[in-house]
Design a protein around this ligand. Structure first.
Ligand code: ADP
Ligand code: MG
Ligand code: MG
Length: 252
């Protein structure tokens, strides 16, 4: 069991404050969804948790099992158990998808506990089958020439291979057709258990029909302004953000 705690997090990009005091606690076994209008800082939150250097944390803490991760570089955070599926996954020429995943798994396992090639291939075959991915995708350069939907599916493959303690999934459902959405949901659901927590950033209720959130948070103007259970996402779908703004008396 692990816990990821975000305390009074303030983040700036090029001296402009984007996150203005975010508080969030995620335990293993929980599914958190963050929804919010465009430009409110959802991706900024995920990048800051993962340690992207362009995002300056000016105040607050991010604790993984009580340890402050703010002093850690991106790769150290990954080894510690954090995983980010970016809204726009990057292409890496010259590194195959399989090589990338194998390196990431072995980095997480540590020097003395590397996974054998046979175990790696078995695991890869199994998860690629779950995600309806053709075998050749493992040998292609990472994300190069992948369609939008293939990139998202591939992020879930990485997630299943790396088995982080916490995953941040930034718009993993964007641009997916209904079949791909179901496949991606199947992958997320296969990860669920006592050793895994997830933060799902999404604009739409539809993913949450397949992956039932424990908590739903609404972010506006760099802050979480309201939290609730799965019904909050359904309410948003029905009312849009106007209802929440009116209820909270927000002028943003
Ligand atoms: P969301 O994911 O909620 O749509 P983002 O976190 O991507 O929002 O962006 C929040 C704000 O930060 C926006 O106003 C956006 O223009 C700004 N922003 C994000 N990334 C950068 C960047 N690299 N440089 C400058 N501004 C940025
Ligand atoms: Mg956006
Ligand atoms: Mg975003």
């Amino acid at each position: 069991m692990s816990v990821l705690e975000i305390k009074n997090l303030h983040v700036s990009i090029e001296d402009k404050e984007i996150l203005k005091g975010v508080n969030l606690v995620i335990h293993s076994g929980e599914i958190h969804a963050i929804m919010g209008p465009n430009g409110t800082g959802k991706s900024t939150l995920s990048q800051a948790i993962m340690g992207h250097p362009s995002y300056q944390v000016t105040q607050g803490e991010i604790l993984l099992d009580g340890e402050n991760v703010l002093g850690m570089a991106v790769d150290e955070r990954a080894r510690a158990g954090l995983f980010l599926a970016m809204q726009y996954p990057s292409e890496i020429t010259g590194v195959t998808n399989a090589e990338f995943m194998r390196a990431a798994i072995n980095a997480r396992l540590g020097e003395n506990d590397k996974m054998s090639v046979m175990d790696f291939i078995k695991k890869l075959d199994k998860h690629m089958a779950t995600l309806d991915m053709p075998e050749e995708m493992a040998e292609r350069y990472l994300n190069e020439g992948f369609s939008g939907g293939e990139k998202k599916r591939n992020e879930i493959l990485q997630l299943m291979m790396i088995e982080p303690a916490f995953a941040l999934l930034d718009e993993i459902d964007s641009g997916l057709d209904i079949d791909a959405l179901k496949v991606v949901s199947k992958g997320i659901n296969a990860m669920l258990g006592d050793d895994f927590g997830v933060l799902i950033i999404t604009h739409y209720q539809r993913l949450l029909n397949y992956v039932e959130p424990t908590f739903v948070h609404i972010m506006m103007d760099g802050k979480i302004v309201k939290s609730g259970d799965a019904s909050l996402a359904k309410r948003l779908e029905a009312e849009g953000y106007r209802g929440i703004r009116d209820e909270l008396g927000l002028d943003i």
